[in-house]
Design a protein around this ligand. Structure first.
Ligand SMILES: O=P(O)(O)O[C@H]1O[C@H](CO)[C@@H](O)[C@H]1O
Ligand SMILES: O=c1cc[nH]c(=O)[nH]1
Length: 240
């Protein structure tokens, strides 16, 4: 049965879904990684594909940018299409000084300035955390079979913000002082939806730029293509 935003049938999606923000990245991942990828939905251009990798089912689908968009797709995938785990494969801006452009961040927890998780349990500051099993699988994959061009892998907290361009004065510095590794725009909401449905989620992020030093930022083209290291870890988590 199709949902409001996904024109597919139950069974069209694999239990594990890789989820980039960009639907074109979803298509690129499907073409490069999935043997027999077939398009299963394209409502609003939000492409979703399903096939197999090494004989195991896998889907990949875009989330769009921001927590409301990601929440819509994650909710429909978990509630209607039998999806058990979503691994976000996104880009992020570095915040911590030890995080460099090209590195990968495994986001075990996501602070946020969004109100979306606040509404979940009135009076409670919801803790948006990744699934431990998925995070451990990705980390273990990072310790073996690493290609030369893959950047360092960092594990810890990130912030999922609503604004891309507006940053309150001194916020980046304060986040860095609290050990926050990077910024992106979806993980906290994804972790909230996974908790709501008793499912699993993880964000595996490629650092595309650094908020405190923009000299080495990736180009727009690189942001769409330089994610092989993150993809390897995300696939290990998806099939763990
Ligand atoms: O590269 P993606 O997955 O889209 O992720 C990051 O890039 C977008 C902003 O440019 C936001 O969606 C942010 O979370
Ligand atoms: O949300 C994001 C994603 C990548 N880079 C940033 O600076 N912010």
């Amino acid at each position: 049965m199709a949902t409001a935003h996904i024109a597919a049938e139950p069974g069209d999606f694999a239990p594990a879904v890789l989820m980039p923000g960009d639907p074109r990245r979803a298509q690129r991942i499907a073409e490069s990684l999935i043997d027999d990828a077939r398009l299963v939905t394209d409502v609003r251009g939000m492409l979703g594909f399903t096939g197999t990798v090494d004989g195991r089912p896998l889907s990949v689908m875009g989330s769009g940018m921001g927590q409301p968009s990601c929440t819509i797709y994650a909710t429909e995938l978990f509630s209607t299409f039998g999806v058990e785990r979503i691994i976000r494969v996104g880009t992020a801006g570095g915040i911590a000084p030890q995080v460099a452009v090209g590195d990968v961040v495994l986001a075990t927890g996501a602070h946020t300035d969004s109100s979306m998780n606040q509404a979940r349990i009135p009076g409670v500051n919801f803790s948006a955390v990744a699934d431990f099993h998925l995070a451990r699988a990705a980390w273990e994959a990072s310790c073996s079979g690493r290609a030369d061009q893959e950047g360092a892998v960092h594990v810890g907290t990130i912030i999922s913000r609503d604004h891309f361009y507006f940053t309150p004065d001194q916020q980046t510095e304060r986040l860095a002082a609290h050990g926050v590794l990077a910024v992106e725009m979806e993980a906290a909401a994804l972790y909230g939806v996974a908790a709501e449905f008793g499912k699993q989620a993880l964000a595996v992020l490629t650092v595309s730029d650094h908020l405190l030093d923009h000299s080495g930022d990736m180009s727009a083209a690189d942001r769409e293509t330089r994610f092989a290291g993150a993809l390897r870890l995300a696939l290990a988590a998806a099939h763990s």
